[in-house]
Design a protein around this ligand. Structure first.
Ligand code: G6P
Length: 371
């Protein structure tokens, strides 16, 4: 009913709007007065976390994209090798695991059979398994050694939005907590990052306040045959997520690429008028930033219509952006929390313009409980 949707036409619109709260709720009670994290609720001891020598993340769909972003955070802050696997691929390979492997299984519903089977497979090999889950009382937490809940609240729309942002918060917390208990060379940065994480609900709110032009853009592209998404570093999984949202909701051909891979193939796809959405890393990451600016120039020279998501005040990208979408300046690793939001709004609005029910896309289920 309209009341359930809080006055919005779709649950998805409501859930996109709820993201600042969802992010805040997922941080709540986890940052102590001393600025350190406390995640005792995870039920995996600090001693066990100190013994971890490798992290493997398993998930499907949007949760897998959260895992791909987690890899950058875990390698950087915690200094641990980290692999990310689609749960259904992991399950049928012969992954090398030990007692000191921490497997993180990410699932909004906690009922995705592919992910549950991957968890069983990991535990048979004595790995420690930590679930990241949004649904209390679901199967995943029971099957894991420990769990860190996201607090997105019920997510009704089939395509994941607020759960994804809270999965990002959860994996950042895990990465920073691993760094805290293990004591890495990034101690000061870890401490500063915990403070910055606390500011993210406001940053997400700021993004939501400026989405009018994104909606206009989406409606103007309703008849585009295809949309490409490019990103580097954590912007690469964000590009994958942007493309997935467009496939799920608008039934459009969409692909996400690592911008560095352009010259190795995808640039052949560029033709006059093709919309390409580019996620630009913060200027502080000068090398990455400059490289993506050249990528934007390259595709624009070949006729692409460039839609650029960059931090506010990034004047270097302005001359090459047919459309510029500005997001608040945040550290590179946290940037997916702000750059994903315009992509969600874009896909949702474009699909609505095409007349699709964004809450119930054809052929998809909220949680896939068969292998
Ligand atoms: C389904 C949904 C996706 C979701 C995926 C994983 O395919 O349509 O939106 O990302 O399952 O779901 P989970 O509940 O495990 O996060």
């Amino acid at each position: 009913s309209a009341a359930e949707k809080g006055g919005y036409d779709y649950f998805m619109l409501k859930e996109i709007a709820e993201q600042p709260r969802a992010v805040a709720d997922t941080l709540l009670g986890r940052i102590g007065a001393d600025g350190r994290l406390s995640l005792d609720e995870m039920r995996i001891s600090d001693q066990a976390l100190r013994e971890v020598d490798k992290v493997v993340i398993v998930a499907c769909g949007t949760a897998n994209h959260a895992g791909l972003i987690a890899k950058y955070a875990i390698e950087h802050w915690a200094g641990l090798p980290c692999e990310v696997e689609l749960a259904h691929e992991f399950r049928y390979r012969d992954p090398i695991l030990s007692r000191n492997t921490l497997v993180i299984a990410i699932s909004q519903s906690g009922e995705t059979m592919d992910t549950l089977m991957a968890v069983r497979h990991a535990r048979e090999q004595h790995a420690k398994v930590l679930g990241v889950c949004n649904v209390n009382g679901s199967t995943l937490p029971r099957e894991c050694d420990g769990v860190l809940y996201t607090h997105a609240g019920p997510e009704i729309a089939v395509a994941s939005t607020k759960a994804f942002l809270t999965q990002l918060v959860a994996v950042y917390l895990i990465a920073l907590y691993l760094a805290q208990v293990r004591g890495t060379k990034w101690g000061d940065e870890v401490f500063a990052m915990i403070q910055l994480l606390a500011q993210m609900p406001d940053k997400v709110e700021k993004v939501l306040e400026t989405m009018g032009p994104v909606r206009d853009l989406a409606r103007s592209l309703a008849d585009a045959p295809s949309v490409l998404f490019l990103g580097r570093h954590v912007g690469f999984p964000v590009a994958l997520e942007g493309a997935l949202k467009l496939k799920e909701l608008a039934y459009m051909h969409a692909e996400g690429f690592a911008a560095g891979e352009l010259k190795h193939g995808p640039i052949a796809l560029i033709e006059e008028g093709l919309p390409v959405i580019v996620v630009v890393p913060p200027r502080a990451r000068a090398v990455l930033h400059d490289k993506i600016v050249s990528n934007i120039q390259e595709i624009r020279a070949r006729g692409a219509r460039t839609i650029v998501i960059a931090e506010e005040g990034d004047d270097a990208v302005r001359p090459y952006a047919d459309t510029l979408i500005e997001v608040p300046a945040v550290p590179t690793l946290l940037q997916p929390l702000v750059t994903t939001v315009p992509l969600q709004v874009f896909a949702c609005e474009l699909a609505t313009a095409k007349g699709h029910d964004v809450d119930q896309p054809r052929n998809l289920a909220k949680s896939v409980t068969v292998e």
